[in-house]
Write a protein that binds this ligand. Structure first.
Ligand code: GLU
Length: 436
């Protein structure tokens, strides 16, 4: 099928049109991936259009009184891409590049991710287009609470359950849960996931995404004949996902030779000392200001390092046709959502580089979000061992299914993962039927 005949192109975005923002690139990538999966599955045009279209897209104004008295108005979003297999599920990000296109793409990826992992959810995502650098805690709290109030009619344990994402954390989720609870008049722990342990958070949620990245990376290393104890790893992003992933890779015996944050980062061929690095970074420091760990490295240089495993764990759209040819890793494990454009995917494949796709590699977070929600609904709490056991088993099973389909059909892991996710959602649509 050519793009001109494409059902998705007709209904969604013109996939040939040039993109001029990270959000447009993400949306275009998500639609092209869906189209490929739809084609592979033989889905008819109507079904492809149904799957390409978000169920609900909400744009809200988020007025904020800054500490100095100024009034600012930011734009917030919540997109529920699918509610077919269960309530919406997905994170909330605070980032200046956030827009409706990006949130739509991210919501779509949540739908396939939840379906692939067999979680009883649809897919959703939210965010505010704002640079929170320099915001006080009180400013972040007011903004979070006002955003929550604006989207309140659309969220809740049976409707759509927010979670942390870029620049949001367990404190953000506690404020969102509290705002929801105060508004209905009683405590609703299951209204958000990724909360602190004191208000219904789950053991193991904070490190779950990183744990999933490492589980799927180890599985990929096994398939590629790479011994983890001799493997070198470079990680872009030293936040919630990247920092814990670095520690867990090191625990598996891998040599983490470079990490970066938004400012750039550090390279040390002998292997970085991860725990002291995390300690220093968590005191508020950026990596390029820390001395004594290794040599300076830019984000561009990190992506081109000659390592076994490259983990983009920061933002979407970092590997494109402009730089994919520079990648020298054997494996790319996508800790972030949407780091690789379809053009970059093709270049990496041509160069024999295996990509473990985001909807599999970073699914550990939403898996433990699901476990947290289940515990909240039962007013029950599992031990860290129980949570890790369930996480490992769900991630391992999904990973094996994706690798098996990719091998049987001689397709990429990305297409296999999307075909499995998209296929389950299409089946659910067929079984439920169309109203009226
Ligand atoms: N923001 C994470 C993701 O992109 C977690 C979502 C969730 O736990 O609902 O998968």
């Amino acid at each position: 099928m050519t793009i001109t005949e494409s059902a998705v192109a007709e209904f969604g975005r013109d996939l040939r049109a040039p993109v001029s923002s990270p959000g447009q690139l993400a949306h275009r990538s998500a639609l092209m991936q869906l189209e490929k999966a739809g084609e592979f599955l033989g889905l008819d045009k109507g079904m492809q259009q149904l799957l390409a279209t978000p169920r609900r897209s909400l744009t809200v104004a988020v007025p904020l009184r800054r500490d100095d008295g100024r009034l600012e108005v930011h734009t917030g979003y919540r997109v529920q891409h699918s509610l077919t297999r269960g309530p919406g599920k997905g994170g909330v990000r605070f980032h200046p590049a956030t827009d409706l296109n990006e949130v739509t793409a991210l919501a779509m990826w949540m739908t396939w991710k939840c379906a692939l992992l067999g979680l009883p959810y649809g897919g959703a995502k939210g965010g505010i287009a704002v640079d929170v650098d320099g915001f006080s805690r009180a400013e972040k709290e007011r903004m979070t609470r006002r955003y929550t109030q604006e989207i309140l009619p659309f969220i809740g344990p049976d409707k759509d359950i927010p979670a942390p994402d870029v620049n949001t954390d367990e404190t953000t989720m506690a404020w969102m849960m509290d705002t929801y609870s105060v508004s209905v008049g009683y405590s609703v722990h299951a209204a958000t996931t990724g909360k602190p342990l004191t208000v219904g958070g789950s053991n193991g949620r904070a490190t779950a995404t990183s744990r999933g990245v490492v589980i799927t990376a180890l599985e990929a290393m096994r398939h590629k004949g790479i011994d983890p104890r001799n493997a070198t790893v470079a990680i872009q992003g030293f936040g919630k996902v990247g920092a814990h992933a670095a520690r867990l890779f090191a625990e598996e015996g891998c040599r983490v030779v470079a990490v970066t944050d938004v400012t750039g980062g550090i390279q040390q061929d002998r292997g970085l000392l991860i725990d002291p690095l995390i300690d220093r970074a968590s005191q508020g420091g950026v990596l390029t200001e820390l001395s004594g760990f290794g040599d300076r490295i830019s984000n561009k240089e990190l992506l081109a390092l000659d390592v076994d495993v490259l983990v983009p764990a920061a933002m979407d759209g970092v590997l494109t046709e402009d730089n994919a040819d520079e990648v020298r890793a054997s494996l790319v494990v996508e800790g972030a959502n949407g780091p690789t454009s379809p053009e970059a995917d093709a270049i990496l494949a041509d160069n024999g580089i295996t990509v473990v796709p985001d909807i599999l590699a970073n699914a550990g977070g939403v898996v433990v979000s699901y476990l947290e929600w289940v515990q909240n609904l039962q007013a029950f709490s599992w031990s860290i061992e129980e949570v890790d056991r369930k996480l490992t088993s769900l991630m391992g099973a999904a990973s094996q299914t994706v690798w098996a389909l990719a091998a049987n059909q001689a397709i990429s892991l990305r297409l296999a993962a999307h075909a499995l996710g998209v296929g389950k959602v299409a089946e659910a649509h067929r079984d439920r039927g169309l109203f009226p």
